[in-house]
Design a binder for this molecule. Structure first.
Ligand code: CP3
Length: 378
């Protein structure tokens, strides 16, 4: 039974209305990795506690989730639960460390299919993803209370392909040669493992909604490593299953897909039942909107027989936050105008970086507010 009835009333529902494609008074804005190392208050917390300890402690995860909402009071329109996409591989039995300067490192990456049964525990009797990841659910419930309705809260997962790539590669990679070698060498086992990850991910997303998540995002951070043909084979069918199952279980919870680097697949993503498509900065918003609109022609999803609105999220190049404030303002204004006043959720084209200046993020957030208010009222 969802807890939602017990939560404080949502005061700022701008994100939820925009995600439904409704006309809004200004464009909502939030940022991927908005709770992160660019914030001194986050670094202070991390100096005391290791990364996964913060994830596993509902109290600490809640504190970090709320940090940017407090700092940018009134400027952010969504919070995202502090966690990581790698909690699923971890729950499946893989040991992962967050190594400073290096990112996630797996103790025993999957090297051959025999490692699957040797290392993974998710098919063992008694395994439950809801039990393994209860700490995420607890953090969501606590953060939702602590937010007190100021902004709605995102839950998230990593897409199956991105998680599989990490599980085989054992860390980030420039070439993903280990992971891609697997695809060619062991296609059958690859699909079986992608299916397993997909089923756990669906349960985990539903669990997050039951715990209090008000919207969801799927991060396919390594989508761009596949080409169109392999994305269709190894990524898309699993994204489709996730979207279909989530829309069947909780149709009113906005669901976003972020397939970084994969705008070659925009048409294919456009006809899946995701509510929002998040774009990286390498595609022009006008072109993206045209392509999504065209792909949806003749495709009906709405129960009323109406075509779904095109809602896009993004997509300022995160490195523009290294520029002077007047350039940030100008580029944000141009972005807002290109996306238009409806069907847009403002964001960067990828996450905040550790060397970003928090005050430059403030300039971006204020510019979104100013420029979109002008546009929406004109
Ligand atoms: O604020 C938020 O967006 C919520 C929290 C969040 C984190 N990771 C916290 C985090 C979210 C949504 C993620 C998702 C995530 N994790 C992705 C998908 C998004 C993307 O960036 O493409 C990926 C690929 C990961 C895996 C991961 N976790 C990497 C590659 C790293 C290292 C990054 C680096 O720059 O070193 C992490 C660690 C991580 N996850 C940090 C944060 C704030 C920084 C590490 C630290 O605190 O030491």
């Amino acid at each position: 039974m969802p807890h939602s009835v017990e939560f404080p009333e949502l005061v700022n529902d701008l994100y939820l209305r925009a995600a439904r494609g409704e006309k809004v008074e200004r464009t909502p804005v939030w940022c991927m990795r908005q709770a992160g190392r660019y914030l001194p208050e986050f670094r202070a917390m991390r100096a005391e506690h290791n990364f996964f300890k913060v994830c596993r402690s509902p109290e600490l995860a809640t504190e970090v989730t709320v940090q940017p909402i407090d700092r940018y009071e009134g400027l952010l329109d969504a919070a995202i639960i502090f966690s990581d996409i790698l909690v699923i591989p971890q729950a499946m039995g893989m040991d992962i460390e967050m190594v400073p300067g290096k990112g996630p490192v797996f103790g025993h990456p999957l090297r051959t299919p025999s490692d699957i049964e040797a290392f993974l525990v998710d098919t063992k009797p008694g395994f439950s993803i809801d039990v393994e990841l209860k700490y995420v659910y607890d953090a969501i419930t606590m953060a939702r209370h602590r937010l007190a309705g100021r902004v709605p809260l995102f839950g998230f997962i990593g897409a199956p392909w991105t998680l599989l790539a990490y599980m085989i590669e054992g860390s980030g990679s420039k070439t993903f040669s280990q992971a891609k070698r697997w695809l060619w060498k062991y296609p059958k086992q690859t699909h079986q493992l992608l299916e397993r990850i997909t089923n756990l991910s669906i349960r985990f997303l539903i669990g997050q909604v039951n715990a209090g998540a008000q919207m969801l995002q799927v991060f396919d951070s390594w989508a761009g490593e596949l080409g169109p043909q392999d994305f269709s084979t190894f990524a898309l069918p699993y994204l489709k299953k996730i979207a279909e199952e989530l829309k069947a279980h909780c149709p009113d919870v906005p669901l976003t897909v972020f397939a970084k680097g994969a705008h070659y697949a925009l048409e294919e993503l456009a006809v899946l039942p995701f509510d929002v498509i998040s774009l990286d900065w390498t595609i022009d918003p006008v072109e993206a909107r045209k392509r999504v609109q065209k792909a949806r022609e003749g495709v009906e999803y709405n129960a009323a027989g109406r075509r779904r609105p095109v809602v896009l999220q993004g997509n300022l190049d995160p490195t523009i936050l290294f520029a002077d404030p007047e350039i940030i303002r100008l580029r944000t204004k141009e972005m807002i105008e290109k996306f238009g006043s409806t069907g847009h959720i403002a964001n960067l084209g990828h996450g905040m970086m550790p060397d970003h200046d928090p005050e430059h993020l403030r300039v971006f957030l204020e510019s979104v507010k100013d420029e979109s208010t002008k546009l929406c009222c004109s």
